[in-house]
Write a protein that binds this ligand. Structure first.
Ligand SMILES: [Zn+2]
Ligand SMILES: [Zn+2]
Length: 355
């Protein structure tokens, strides 16, 4: 019995051999572990029911291409955060399954401090695999553990080291961007911001390369920095000119909504304020996520597009907004049990909204 492409939760009941069962169980565990680190799955979404086989699925060898709409009409690269279970290059197959023209990955296990460097072998394998896809823009999201603003010297030193190696891996893989969250100041806002800026500068000065750093606007939970356009603008303005040109921002719709920016009833006003404070030239990526949390709740809880508190209309406006037409767009929506089907459905919806 050939193993299914969609990682089984358990090993097949009647495996051909003992070692096959072991391998299957190992793969399933690995996939589950890495999938669990997807930013989208921090939402605690209810697991989707085991779906009946979809009619709109075309099997190509092992690869299953789902109906994700017409990617040839994407004005800007559009895609999803993809699992790297099995290796970074495996994200390419997952990009293909959903006809993605953009991709976001982790370059290591995002919830662990363990670091790794990318070998030339992996670079070759990753690039070759990505060339076989429709992806024309790719980025990584950095580890959740990094806190460049921490007042704890040990944790901050560790964070800077980890941030540097994140940048190094992105440069090696030739990714367009690294999306990085501002840190938590913990003690005092102004000094935290200063520590955060110094950490970013230290990383950028130490690791040069093609990847642009995109600092992500946050929901503003607890003592996290960067949940207002003004604070983000201030942060960037204090980065020295020598490295500032390598810095932009990533705007996550679920985050700014939770931070209090009403993109539903004050759509134009919010974007005007963004343009006036940060500026569209700094906008390097959009994370398109609906929200389970309310406007101004400061909670980061992603939801499926059209099913959360933001609703599909705002996403339609974003998809058709000429100011955002060239900005790469990534979804980090809950994947449930069937990542390709769920992400494919989201991309199809966004592609339809764009017309
Ligand atoms: Zn995001
Ligand atoms: Zn988020």
């Amino acid at each position: 019995m050939p193993a299914k492409k969609s990682a089984p939760k358990t090993a097949p009941k009647v495996p051909a051999t003992k070692s096959a069962a072991k391998t299957a169980a190992k793969t399933a565990a690995k996939t589950a572990a890495i999938t669990a680190m997807n930013p989208a799955t921090t939402t605690g979404a209810a697991p989707a029911k085991k779906a009946a086989p979809k009619k709109s699925v075309v099997a190509i060898g092992e690869l299953v291409i789902v109906d994700a709409g017409d990617h040839t009409r994407d004005r800007a690269p559009l895609g999803a955060h993809l699992s790297i279970a099995g290796g970074t290059w495996e994200a390419a197959a997952r990009a293909k399954e959903i006809s993605a023209t953009a991709a976001q990955i982790f370059t290591k296990q995002a919830n662990r401090w363990v670091e790794r460097d990318i070998t030339p072998d992996e670079v070759a394998r990753f690039r070759a695999a990505m060339r076989e896809t429709h992806v024309r823009w790719s980025c990584a999201h950095d580890s959740y553990l990094i806190n460049l603003a921490s007042p704890d010297q040990t944790l901050r030193a560790r964070s800077i080291e980890s941030f540097r190696i994140e940048l190094r891996r992105c440069h090696a893989l030739g990714l367009d961007a690294l999306v990085s969250h501002p840190g938590n100041y913990m003690d005092e806002r102004a000094s935290g911001l200063a520590r955060n800026i110094d950490g970013i500068v230290e990383g950028l000065e130490a690791e040069s390369g093609p990847t642009r750093l995109l600092i992500e606007l946050t929901a503003g939970q607890g003592t996290v920095l960067g949940s207002t356009f003004e604070e983000m603008a201030l942060l960037i303005s204090r980065i020295p000119a020598s490295v500032q040109s390598r810095v932009g921002v990533c705007l996550d719709t679920a985050h700014i909504w939770a931070a209090g920016y009403d993109i539903v009833s004050e759509y134009d006003d919010v974007w005007k304020r963004f343009g006036d404070t940060i500026g569209f030239a700094r906008l390097g990526c959009l994370h398109l996520n609906d929200s389970k949390a309310a406007l101004g709740s400061h909670l980061d809880r992603h939801d499926l597009i059209g099913q959360g508190t933001i609703g599909r209309d705002a996403f339609g406006r974003i998809m058709r907004d000429p100011r955002l037409a060239s900005i790469p767009k990534i979804i980090e929506t809950p994947k449930g049990d069937a990542p390709a089907e769920s992400d494919g459905r989201m991309l199809k919806l966004l592609r339809e909204l764009a017309q």
